[in-house]
Design a protein around this ligand. Sequence first.
Ligand SMILES: [Zn+2]
Ligand SMILES: [Zn+2]
Length: 403
Amino acid sequence: MPILRSLFVLMLLHSLSVLGQQDITVDRTMRIGLHRERTVKQVIVMPVKGNWWVVVDGERKGEVTSTDGLRIATVPGGLSARSLTLNLTAKRSIELVPRNGHGFFRLRLPDTKQAERTYPGSLRVVPAGGNLLLVNSVPLEAYTAGVVQAEAGKEHHQEYYKLQAVTCRTYALTNQRKHQPEGFELCDGVHCQVYHGRNRNDSIQMAVDATHSLVLVDADIRLIHATFHSNCGGETVNSEDLWGRSQTYLRATVDTFCIAAPHATWHKSMGRGEWIGYLQRKYGLRGDDSAQLHAVLNYEPQCRDLYLSNTWPLVPLKEVREDLKLKSTYFSVRTEGEKVVLEGRGFGHGVGLCQEGAMRMAKAGRSYTDILHHYYTSVHLVDLTTLDFFRDEPAGPGGPRAR
Ligand SMILES: [Zn+2]
Ligand SMILES: [Zn+2]
């Protein structure tokens, strides 16, 4: 009885949101590991304005201002920190915390060519195997804005930025245990979500504010895995077809919006012998069987398939994509003399939201909620405060929903 169930859920969420708004006002904080792909031996931290506490091994030891900076480096047995007026050592950690609770700091890595970046929130520096571990504690909304700027880029429609804000925020909370053993929640690279600090784009800020605290949940009120890809080629993919695990919200969906977009098609050619040799080695294709050869040299899918030509030997398209580094699993095969030509559609794994389709939908005047419901089946947009109340999970440091 899916309709009744949805109605029940909506009524429940509505009543909870009224309660939730009264009870929960604290903004949650994310802990982001910065520059994890680099070896960092020293950093220079400069407050953008105001006075900042310098906290050494958990104790306040001094202040820095925007006219000064703190150089933090690894030394045997811990860390050293120097400014114009301070000369400190720490065994476990050095933190920079804005005195009035919020602010921005600039971070420079003097041993690298990395450009300086500005971050919201506070910074904790910890010695880790002779290097520095840098952790930015940042309010979820400021982190979301930073990620949308780094991931989505410039000049997009406001509705597109809104749906990016919702999916980036949802992703952050769904994956907040990803780096737990390392002492932070998410890294700042493509492994998690790209984050280069403070967002400076007004249009993105408006979209983040307009969707404040909104996340996507499935029919059982669990935060979803809001997966996305560049271009689906006209049809998205069921999650189980790629990852073996079915999700009610990651269902194959026809998409007419992306088929004229920049990554809608691709083309790859190779020697006939190379193609057949690969299929012989890996899948036992018989080179003397004309029916088998015909099937792998003349293939024209009518919709997304799981196997090349859907015939024996079974050749999983997701493996072909990985082995030959193809842009997608959605392609046809034909021969041109001694060459084999693969004509492909789409770019990426094809599960969940199709970014180029979503951009076109936004341009065509669709709302961000319409677009999210198009790519994610049977999901609800809910406020995080409602979610906390509904799930009744412990809040506080170290808990799964720590804020
Ligand atoms: Zn990561
Ligand atoms: Zn698409």
